[in-house]
Design a protein around this ligand. Structure first.
Ligand SMILES: [Zn+2]
Length: 284
């Protein structure tokens, strides 16, 4: 009761000047508060953004240093010295501690080249990263690249957020990395019948204009697993697969991803001719 009386008294006889009822706040004061609020928000945002960019740069430098060391150490390891081997184990451990965070952080494939020496050591990691063509070799032609182009239907210059792989009807479409089926959408417009897969490290892949869908939402898929067939559904002028890679919410250029796994395995095979590429558990 006392509290209630106090509050009502307070509102009836406010202390001079404080708190001011809202209608007494002048427009100038309101603008001032709004300005301060915006400035504060802007400052906080800048700090977060600045920190992440700095962190990404620092980590990139650190990782390429590790990988350079790993590369030179590889030469020594062949001579099988105990010190070199110990040194190498230490390096691998240091990289393993950093690599997951780093793979989440990187915005696109340009950062992956410096990781080649480590990926040669741990090629299985490539199954978690979109790193292969989603179609069978010899089934397709790259008919449109990522970037600005004249849209084939609207005839306007628009950004193309993926690549187009022209292929005959019902050619198999494979998951370019292991993950789960996030969306299966049937549509007459845009991407037509399409699938979105969610992978590790903030990656997603989109497969558009499909004919048949062979997976369901929520299903787990392995890299190179058959998920659909090539079609001509939605805004499409011929049988092709529209393929997109999304990294941390942004659509990025998939072109460097197409040969990523192949390149690593070619390097591995050059080092050790007995290396075999695993595909769906079978040798490719
Ligand atoms: Zn396309």
């Amino acid at each position: 009761m006392k509290v209630f009386e106090l509050t009502t008294n307070f509102w009836k006889n406010p202390i001079k000047g404080f708190p001011k009822p809202l209608k007494m706040v002048t427009r100038k004061e309101l603008w001032y508060v709004l300005f301060l609020g915006t400035a504060l928000l802007f400052y906080v945002f800048q700090r977060i953004l600045g920190n992440t960019t700095q962190q990404l740069e620092d980590n990139t430098l650190l990782m390429s240093n590790y990988n350079e060391q790993l590369k030179t150490n590889e030469v020594f390891t062949n001579k099988d010295s105990l010190i070199a081997r110990k040194e190498r184990e230490k390096l691998i451990l240091a990289i393993e501690e950093k690599i997951v965070g780093h793979l989440y952080q990187i915005p696109d494939y340009s950062y992956i080249t410096s990781l080649y020496p480590y990926l040669e050591y741990a090629p299985d990691l490539l199954a978690q990263i979109p790193s292969a063509v989603p179609l069978e070799n010899g089934d397709y032609n790259l008919s449109s690249t990522y970037g600005h182009r004249l849209h084939p239907i609207s005839k306007e210059v628009k950004k193309h957020y993926g690549i187009d792989l022209a292929a005959p009807m019902d050619k198999p479409v494979y998951a370019s990395a292991s993950g789960i089926v996030l969306k299966v959408i049937d549509s007459q417009k845009g991407y037509g019948t399409h699938i979105v897969l969610k992978h590790r490290f903030g990656f997603q892949t989109l497969y558009g204009h499909l004919n048949k869908v062979l997976v369901t939402k929520g299903q787990k898929v392995e890299q190179h697993e058959l998920i659909a067939t090539v079609g001509n559904t939605g805004a499409s002028t011929g049988y092709h697969l529209h393929y997109e890679i999304i990294k941390n919410g942004l659509k990025i250029n998939p072109i460097q991803s197409l040969d990523l796994k192949r390149n690593i395995y070619l390097r591995l095979m050059a080092l050790n001719p007995r290396t075999k590429i695993k595909k769906n558990g079978k040798d490719r």
